[in-house]
Design a protein around this ligand. Structure first.
Ligand code: NAD
Length: 280
């Protein structure tokens, strides 16, 4: 007897669609893969950690009406990206959605950075998007409607202390997003950028753990956020979903900042508690 699969809250918005999601073995990428599969998509979990990807894929295959496949890929290597896209299409028969989410951060003043550090961050955060688009393009065009979602950051708009290469890479993503939107609209492809604020993922804690008291460092940052809270990976995944389906019909070349109000004020001290800080 075939296994009964329960949609668990999904409304089938991505039924029949296939998505390639980079950096999907943790944080925002993992939440996006799970949300997409809940909406009926078949998802390629693309990342460097194959065993972890396989565990996530098994969980998604168990719990959602969609399907998942784990693929090992260093997104800074063109041949690996090309192979992962070919494997996705071989397994699922098509490709509709590209989510360029993988990213890394280097913390340090610019004059202390090496050329290798600069090249690595730019390769993982930006060049990977060029590789992925280049190899996905024939499939996105063949699908007649293609969706590209690039993950930027609030660092796409403002400087953040001691992350000069990351900030440069995230600004560059906005330019790439607009270029793709313009040049490929004729092929039925829309391209947009999601720009998260403080999101509780391994990357955030990597950033905070260099501080003597990471929890106090997070609270200090949140005191500059209007809503006074951080985002969950699922909060960001929902914005990625919006750009990956016809809910965002007509929207291309734009960015959506999802930051709990972080960038709304030049100066702000949240004295709280805000209604968002109270447990529902
Ligand atoms: N967490 C935040 O506060 C925050 C804020 C703004 C933007 N972002 C962006 O969100 C995206 C996802 O980050 P996250 O917060 O979920 O952190 P994360 O560290 O959990 O996710 C990043 C993922 O990218 C993968 N990755 C890194 N290098 C890779 C490579 N060479 N090839 C393949 N995969 C690689 C990692 O393994 C990881 O799974 C990143 O682009 C990040 O810049 C995060």
């Amino acid at each position: 007897m075939s296994k009964q699969r329960t949609p668990r809250g999904g409304s089938g918005r991505l039924a029949g669609r296939v998505a390639w999601i980079s950096g999907a073995t943790s944080g925002i990428g993992e939440a996006t893969a799970e949300l997409f599969a809940r909406e009926g998509a078949k998802v390629a979990i693309v990342g460097r950690r194959l065993e972890l990807g396989r565990r996530i894929a098994a969980r998604i295959n168990r719990r959602t009406p969609g399907a998942a496949l784990a693929l090992a890929c260093d997104v800074s290597a063109e041949s690996a990206v090309a192979q992962s896209i070919a494997d996705t299409v071989a397994q699922f028969g098509r490709l509709d959605i590209l989510v360029n989410n993988a990213g890394i951060v280097e913390i340090g003043d610019l004059h202390t950075q090496t050329e290798a550090q600069w090249d690595r961050v730019m390769a993982v955060n930006v060049k990977s998007m060029f590789f992925a688009f280049k190899h996905a393009f024939p499939h996105l065009r063949a699908a007649r409607r293609g969706y590209v979602v690039n993950v930027g950051s609030i660092s796409s708009f403002v400087g953040q202390a001691r992350t000069p290469v990351y900030t440069t890479s995230k600004h560059a993503i906005l330019g790439l997003t607009r270029s793709i939107a313009l040049d490929y609209a004729a092929s039925g492809i829309r391209c947009n950028c999601v720009c998260p604020g403080i999101t509780e993922t391994p990357m955030l804690w990597e950033h905070l753990n260099v501080r003597p008291d990471p929890r106090a460092a997070l609270d200090e940052r949140l005191s500059r956020v209007a809503m006074g809270v951080s985002l969950s990976p699922l909060d960001v995944a929902k914005s990625i979903l919006y750009f990956s389906c016809e809910d965002s019909a007509g929207v291309t070349g734009t960015s959506l900042t999802i930051d709990c109000g972080y960038l709304t004020a030049a100066e702000w001290r949240c004295t709280g508690p805000t209604a968002f800080q109270k447990k529902p």
